[in-house]
Design a protein around this ligand. Sequence first.
Ligand code: AMP
Length: 199
Amino acid sequence: MRVVLLGPPGAGKGTQAAKLSKAFGIPPVATGDIFRANIREGTELGILAKEYIDRGDLVPDEVVIAMVMDRLGADDSADGFLLDGFPRTVGQAEALDKRLHQARDQHPLDAALNFEITEREQFKRLLSRAEREHRSDDSEEIIRHRLEVYHAKTKPLVDYYASRGMLVPVNGMGSIDEVSGRIMASLSERVDPPAQART
Ligand code: AMP
């Protein structure tokens, strides 16, 4: 199964990617987590990305695209992946399409899950995450900027995937289990159920 998780910061993409990963046995590929690991390790990529991340801006397309294409080449993503936080621009979405089209099995994306939550709920979740995880980009001012960036650069992907028949809207309000129940129900119309659920 090849799925993209779309939606504004704080919509619950990472939480649901972890659950889907367990259920389907495919890896979550979270670009934000990869950047943060690189920042912790002090790599060249981390040093470059930190500047953008701390401001709440997007890391340039060519940097993110190269990193994700490299990651998707790893053996564990051969049978599928859950992309969390990528693509975030139309340029990134086009690069992903091109890559999947060129891949040996030419297996396209199965779905782009679009998490929908109110702005009030986003702020609530992001501010409480800042207290728990001390993320450098979860301060109120930077959150506001990240939401502006989301609207300007990432939201156009909703139309991009809708026009390709891949968009699956997900009501992201409510408990973690409520949301994952909705996702499973929507996905069941598009993909085979997870192995342990098959009879
Ligand atoms: P996230 O953990 O997904 O909220 O990502 C944290 C930050 O990493 C973002 O605010 C961006 O600065 C950067 N980032 C993550 N994914 C991407 C991407 N696909 N394109 C550009 N920047 C990204």
